[in-house]
Design a protein around this ligand. Structure first.
Ligand code: ATP
Length: 217
């Protein structure tokens, strides 16, 4: 299988209420895939299920040939798979650099210094405020740091949950540039958005999600 990610017939229910129904999708290696659906459609649930953070009732998932359901969440980081949650969840009292390094410490990822340099190369502005505590940053800066942190383990497959949500226009443009740069670096990416506003110019293909049902196009 060449796909960076393949999801087949995934069913997720919460308290017996079906949230995802028979979801199938594939992310071809090196491509960016849009996941478009309004609030409550199931985008976050799908990403959490892929990351092993949400139990599922039926279906299977594989990333670059590895069966995801057989792996604990920390093993995904070692496979280069990472998730940017919709909320930023930085640790306020730690510095920017400590926040970025945290997944490397937590998951025993080697080459942290090399990866940090790569991340700073993609986002030079983050290098500039690396010594500041996360609580001293603006919301937009925190978003960039959260993306930087996701990139520490995420060098193969990135799941970006509504990265543009609540981001001011100037930063949206910068975020678009950074995400486009990730594609140039060969990462495979799923990017969710409630509509096509920011993703239209970025993605190679689109899936639409409505009330837990995913369709191509
Ligand atoms: P949003 O942008 O609002 O997060 P989304 O497309 O990411 O939208 P999900 O957060 O995946 O949607 O939610 C899908 C559905 O599952 C919604 O109807 C939501 O109410 C429901 N849901 C999600 N988490 C839970 C939970 N822990 N308990 C009960 N229902 C939940």
């Amino acid at each position: 299988m060449n796909a960076a990610l393949e999801v087949r017939s995934l069913n997720v229910a919460i308290d017996r209420i079906p949230i995802l129904r028979d979801v199938s999708l594939a992310v071809p290696a090196g491509k960016m895939v849009g996941l478009i659906g309004r609030n409550g459609a199931g985008k976050t649930t799908l990403m959490r299920a892929i990351m092993g953070l949400m139990p599922f009732q039926a279906g299977c998932m594989a990333a670059s040939g590895s069966d995801l359901q057989k792996l604990p969440p920390y093993a995904l980081a070692r496979l280069g798979i990472s998730y940017l949650p919709e909320d930023r969840r930085l640790i306020p009292a730690l510095t920017v650099e400590e926040n970025i390094l945290l997944p490397a410490w937590a998951n025993g990822i080697g080459e942290a210094a090399k990866r940090l340099e790569w991340i700073y190369g993609l986002m030079p502005e983050v290098r500039e405020f690396r010594e500041r505590r996360a609580l001293q940053l603006s919301g937009g800066q925190q978003k960039l740091v959260a993306l930087a942190r996701a990139l520490m383990p995420g060098h193969k497959l990135l799941l970006l949950d509504e990265p543009f949500e609540g981001v001011a226009p100037v930063l949206s443009r910068r975020l678009t540039e950074v995400i486009a740069g990730l594609r140039q670096e060969g990462l495979s990416i799923i990017l969710s958005e409630s509509d096509d506003t920011h993703s239209a110019d970025l993605v190679d293909l689109v899936y639409r999600i409505e009330r837990g049902v995913v369709t191509a196009g």
